[in-house]
Design a protein around this ligand. Structure first.
Ligand code: FMN
Ligand code: FE2
Ligand code: FE2
Length: 401
C-alpha cells in the first residue's frame, strides 16, 4: 500500500487485515496496519517509523514505489516497539548512510532490538529539528505514550504531525483515509478498544500529549496504526482528540470510590466480601459496590481498579493458588498511576490457603498499600470470621481516610 498524503509525503506501510491478536493481550477484530511514512525534501529523504519484520518484502516494495531505499538518509524512530522497528535491522541493509533520530530511551532500545552497536544515532531533545530542504522535522518527546521512548514528529511546512501509536487504532481497510472508511462504526469500536488497552494506564500522559499537540498548527495526524486522521468532511481527527481528552480526564466524583472485587465458587468468599463492604461503609460515606469478577466486563473492572480510591479483593484458594479471574484483573493494574493505593485481601480456603497470601504478595510487588494483613477464612465463615471481615473493611476505610 502506497499513497501520497501531501506533496512529497507518502504513506508506505503494510496492511495486516488478518491479525486477530496483538501483543498477546489485545483482541483485534479488524486487523491492523503498520504505517510508515517517507518525507522527501529537496536535499534529504526521511523515513518516519518502520514496520513489523514479517512485512519486510511488501514494505520494501512500497518504499521502492517512491524512491530507491539508498536515497533515505534520515530515519526517525518515534517509538521502538518491534511492530515499528522489527524490520529495521533488515532495512538497514538496503539503505545508504543514515542517521537515526530517536529519544534517549529510544537510543537504548533500538540498539537492543537491532543488536547493533555501530548505528549512527542522534538523540533528540524537545524542539530539535532536521532540515530536509523545504521540509523541517521537529521532534517533540511524549514519554509514556505509551513507552518511555515515545515522541511526536512535526512537519510545519505541511501542517502534519506524526504521532506513532498515539491516536492510532487497530483497524484495517484498503484505503487508509478516515473519510473513506466503509465501516466507521467498527472504526469507532476499534479506536476505543485500542485507547483502553494501550493508553488507559497512561491518562495523565495522554492529557500532556494532547496539550503538546494543541500547541501545533496541523490538519492531519499520521499515526502508526489505522487511517490517516484529517479534518476533511467525514474525517476523524477532532473526534479522536476529543475522545482522548474525555476518556483521560478524571471523573469528578462526590464520594470516594471503593470497589470490592471477589469471586466465589460456593459463596463463602462472597459472604466475606459483603461484610468487608459493610465495614468500609461503617467508617466512610463511599461508593462501595460488590463485583463478582466473572460477571463483569474486564475492561470495566480494570477501569474501576485503576480509578478507585482504594479496593478490596477476595479469592478462594483453588489448586493452591488464587483463581485465574483474580490474576487476570490484577494483570490490568496500572502499577505506575496507582502506586500506594490502599487495599485489603480476603478469601475462603479449604486446607492449604495460598490464595490470599499470593494476592497479598502480588499487591505488595505492585507497590500497593495493604491496609491490613490478608484475611483467610476456613471454608464457611463463622460469626467470628465475619467480625474480622468487618474489621478488615474498617481498616481499609480508615487507610483511605
Ligand atoms: C477444584 C477445587 C480445588 C481446590 N483446591 C484447594 C487448594 O489447593 N487449597 C485449599 O486450601 N483449598 C482448596 N479448595 C477448597 C476451596 O478453597 C474452599 O472450598 C473454599 O471454601 C471455596 O471458597 P468459595 O466458596 O468462596 O469459592 C479447592 C476447591 C475446589 C473446588
Ligand atoms: Fe507501541
Ligand atoms: Fe504500535
Amino acid at each position: 500500500m502506497k499513497f501520497q498524503v501531501k506533496p512529497g509525503v507518502y504513506s508506505i506501510g503494510a496492511l495486516n487485515p488478518a491479525m486477530r491478536v496483538f501483543d498477546i493481550v489485545m483482541k483485534t477484530d479488524y486487523g491492523t496496519s503498520y504505517n510508515s511514512y517517507l518525507v522527501r525534501g529537496s536535499e534529504k529523504t526521511a523515513l518516519i517509523d518502520a514496520c513489523h519484520k514479517s512485512f519486510l518484502p511488501q514494505y520494501l516494495d512500497n518504499i521502492r514505489q517512491v524512491c530507491d531505499p539508498k536515497e533515505i538518509s534520515v530515519i526517525v524512530l518515534n517509538h521502538n516497539e518491534p511492530d515499528h522497528t522489527g524490520a529495521l535491522a533488515s532495512l538497514l541493509e538496503e539503505v545508504g548512510d543514515v542517521t537515526i533520530y530517536t529519544t534517549q530511551a529510544g537510543s537504548l532500545y533500538v540498539k537492543a532490538i537491532t543488536n547493533r552497536t555501530d548505528l549512527n544515532l542522534k538523540v533528540v531533545k524537545d524542539g530539535d529539528t532536521v532540515d530536509l530542504g523545504g521540509k523541517t522535522l521537529r521532534f517533540i518527546p511524549a514519554p509514556f505514550l505509551h513507552w518511555p521512548d515515545s515522541m511526536f514528529t512535526y512537519l510545519p511546512e505541511d501542517r502534519l504531525v506524526f504521532t506513532c501509536d498515539f491516536l492510532g487504532s487497530h483497524y484495517c481497510e484498503p484505503y487508509l483515509w478516515d473519510y473513506r472508511m466503509a465501516y466507521p462504526q467498527k472504526y469507532k469500536e476499534a479506536f476505543l478498544g485500542y485507547y483502553q488497552a494501550i493508553f488507559g494506564p497512561f491518562k495523565k500522559y495522554v492529557l500532556a500529549g494532547l496539550d503538546k499537540l494543541a500547541a501545533l498548527d496541523y490538519d492531519m495526524a499520521l499515526t502508526s496504526h489505522g487511517p490517516v486522521l484529517t479534518r476533511e468532511q467525514g474525517g476523524y481527527l477532532d473526534y479522536a482528540l476529543e475522545k482522548y481528552r474525555l476518556w483521560s480526564t478524571p471523573e469528578k466524583r462526590e464520594k470516594k470510590l471503593v470497589p470490592v472485587f471477589y469471586t466465589s465458587a460456593y459463596g463463602n468468599t462472597r459472604k466475606v466480601a459483603k461484610k468487608v463492604a459493610e465495614g468500609i461503609l461503617s467508617v466512610m460515606d463511599a461508593d462501595v459496590e460488590l463485583y463478582d469478577i466473572i460477571d463483569h466486563d474486564l475492561c470495566k473492572l480494570s477501569e474501576l481498579l485503576n480509578e478507585c480510591d482504594g479496593f478490596a479483593i477476595g479469592t478462594p484458594t483453588i489448586n493452591r493458588d488464587a483463581v485465574p479471574p483474580v490474576w487476570q484483573l490484577l494483570s490490568c493494574f496500572d502499577a505506575i498511576g496507582s502506586a500506594k493505593r490502599p487495599c485489603v485481601v480476603f478469601g475462603s480456603y479449604g486446607w492449604s490457603g495460598e490464595g490470599v497470601p499470593n494476592v497479598c504478595a502480588r499487591l505488595t510487588s505492585l507497590k500497593c498499600a495493604l491496609a491490613a494483613e490478608g484475611l483467610k477464612v476456613n471454608f464457611v465463615p463463622t460469626a467470628e470470621d465475619l467480625d474480622k471481615a468487618f474489621a478488615l473493611g474498617e481498616a481499609l476505610g480508615k487507610a483511605i481516610g
